[in-house]
Design a protein around this ligand. Structure first.
Ligand SMILES: [Ca+2]
Length: 581
């Protein structure tokens, strides 16, 4: 049966707070000792011989990568050893194809004593270079910082047929979580052979589907890792993908072009009209944080202050970019309110109105992805039974999909597919107690204008996490919202921040992260320029990202472009302050 999450009500929070007062305190979790540096022992080329064999693993290469061969953010990466291989090679009894879990591990000569498991994005299927690239524009990655970094294809290759791997039940499970379970002990053995000791501390990180991998690892493999860095975690990814298809079906009702093409579907809600809505949001919400600066820090207050129907003009004649039709308003507002079944039951979360709702990444996620990505994911990887027509005609599959029926199929099993996608893709009902008890920490970040995985959904997960233990367990997980940011990066936002260093300091030194300073990637940024940064902003604008539910506010004096003149304050603005505007 579908499992529907509900927003935690104020009354239930109050009840839980009272329960917390009388609940016995749990033993404080241990403080994990910090990692110690090490050096690659012996030659990289001889490493396979020193390994003495790894279970179910074929090593296909072990080669020294000289300093400067790779670079990140314009900086050279130091000498390291690249080991490639594959695990669990097998022939599928369902589709007859050969599958394996492909991987690479990059082992720095000068090692910081840590292991970083890099979660990759999309539907995986490629061994993305194990740089340990971090959220937003690249600063340094984990490899550059001296971590030993693992990357994998999660058990299938896109070259073999894209989402068609979903026809093989084991490939589904590997993609969901079992590749992580196979790879982790292998990588730790490899590290132990390379440095003559295993990693002192282990981390898991990624954004999007990589963020999902991270939270699933925290739920299922908590004993193997100490720190988890989850960006835009699509922790209910099958529901998010189905919700996006639902949105496309809604947009199709007001498209003037052919909705079976991305360009045609986008005629439902054009770039000019998205800019109109973004400007209307800013007119109501920008000043709520004390500065009219093109960023809406107080997301909650903005949802009370902005009303699409009231604040955007309604067309009286033809659409000309200065108004939305009544029908468009119903569709757009419906998409922001969240996907529903035919009987009005919400099966995925709302999305907040924010200054980033016209970001350049929106069109891809809203109008292209439902036709060419979510179709394959929902149709072939997530549904039981799968629908192969999603492989041959994604747009027709998505726009013709019976949402109610498909929703049930995300939770379904049969004799071939014995685990549902809502089981293998999600952390389930885990309270992450194992992470807490071993002294592990979870740091999550999420763009407020992410159009595919809702920040509201992540907030609900976070509230549930803190209150799920009846208040007994707190402060082992933190969430940072990034106003204006789209999916993982981009949008009119300060989207460049180092989350890994604060996570390491939290895990290894017990220093709980507070405000984390983020920077805009305007003109001249060495990590790559974000074209969504408005020209009115300082190119290197900084802002504090605040631990949820804190909100950044301008102090009222000093250069508005600098994070130093902003403070994280406890909560959203009082309603009366919003109402006065
Ligand atoms: Ca503002």
């Amino acid at each position: 049966m579908p499992h529907h999450r509900h927003r935690v009500s104020a009354a239930s929070i109050a009840a839980l707070a009272c329960a917390a007062l009388s609940a016995p305190a749990l033993a404080a979790p241990p403080q994990l000792p910090p990692a110690q540096p090490g050096t690659l022992a012996g030659s990289c080329e001889d490493l396979p011989a020193r390994l003495g064999g790894l279970a179910n693993t074929v090593i296909t290469g072990s080669t020294t990568v000289p300093a400067g061969t790779l670079s990140q953010g314009g900086q050279p990466i130091a000498e390291h050893c690249r080991v490639t291989g594959r695990m669990n090679e097998r022939v599928s009894p369902v589709d007859g194809k050969t599958y394996a879990i492909g991987f690479e591990v990059r082992l720095p000569k000068a090692w910081n004593g840590r292991f970083y498991h890099q979660g990759n994005g999309g539907i995986d299927g490629n061994v993305v270079t194990a740089l340990g690239a971090l959220g937003g524009g690249p600063l340094t990655g984990a490899l550059m910082q001296g971590f030993a970094v693992l990357s994998s294809d999660a058990g299938h290759t896109l070259a073999q047929g894209g989402p068609a791997f979903g026809l093989d039940p084991q490939a589904r499970l590997d993609y969901g979580y079992q590749a992580v379970g196979a790879l982790t002990p292998m990588a730790k053995q490899l590290i132990a052979a390379a440095y003559e000791r295993g990693p002192d501390r282990s981390y898991f990180g990624g954004c999007s589907n990589g963020g999902r991998h991270t939270l699933v690892a925290a739920a299922r493999y908590a004993q193997d890792y100490d720190g988890f860095l989850a960006g835009a975690p699509g922790y209910r990814l099958p529901l998010a993908a189905l919700a996006n298809i639902w949105g496309a079906q809604r947009y199709a009702t007001v498209a003037t072009g052919d909705p079976l093409t991305a360009a045609g579907l986008e005629t439902a809600y054009t770039a000019t009209e998205r800019r109109l809505v973004a400007d209307a949001v800013l007119a109501r919400c920008d000043a709520l944080d004390g500065a009219v600066d093109g960023l809406v820090q107080d997301t909650q207050a903005c949802q009370r202050a902005f009303k699409l129907r009231r604040d955007v003009p309604t067309c009286t004649g033809a659409r000309d970019g200065t108004c939305l039709s009544e029908a468009q308003k119903a569709v757009v507002d419906g998409v922001f309110k969240g996907a529903i079944t035919s009987t009005g039951s919400r099966f995925y979360n709302s999305f907040p109105y924010d200054g980033g709702v016209a970001g350049s990444g929106i069109a891809v996620w809203e109008f292209s992805a439902p036709l060419d990505r979510d179709s394959g994911a929902v149709g072939v990887i997530f549904k039981v039974p799968p629908s192969t027509d999603a492989l041959t005609n994604g747009p027709a599959f998505s726009l013709g999909l019976n949402i109610d029926k498909a929703l049930g199929e995300l939770y379904a099993t049969d004799s071939t597919y014995t685990e549902s996608s809502m089981s293998f893709m999600t952390p389930g009902d885990s309270d992450f107690g194992e992470v807490y008890r071993r002294g592990g920490k979870i740091l999550v970040y999420h763009g407020v204008s992410d159009p595919i995985f809702s920040v509201d959904d992540t907030e609900d997960w976070y509230r549930g996490l803190l209150h799920g233990s009846k208040g007994k367990r707190t402060d082992f997980a933190r969430l940072y919202r990034i106003p204006g940011m789209g999916h993982c990066s981009g949008g009119p936002a300060t989207d460049q921040a180092d989350f890994l260093s604060p996570l390491v300091a939290w895990v290894e030194q017990g220093q709980a992260p507070q405000a984390i300073v983020a920077q805009a990637r305007g003109a001249g940024n060495p990590g790559g320029v974000n074209a969504d940064v408005p020209v009115q902003w300082a190119a290197d604008r900084t802002r504090p990202l605040c631990p949820f539910p804190q909100v950044a506010r301008y102090n009222g004096s000093g250069d508005v472009e600098r994070a130093a003149n902003w403070s994280c304050q406890p909560k959203s603005a009082p309603s009366e302050r919003v109402a006065r505007r």
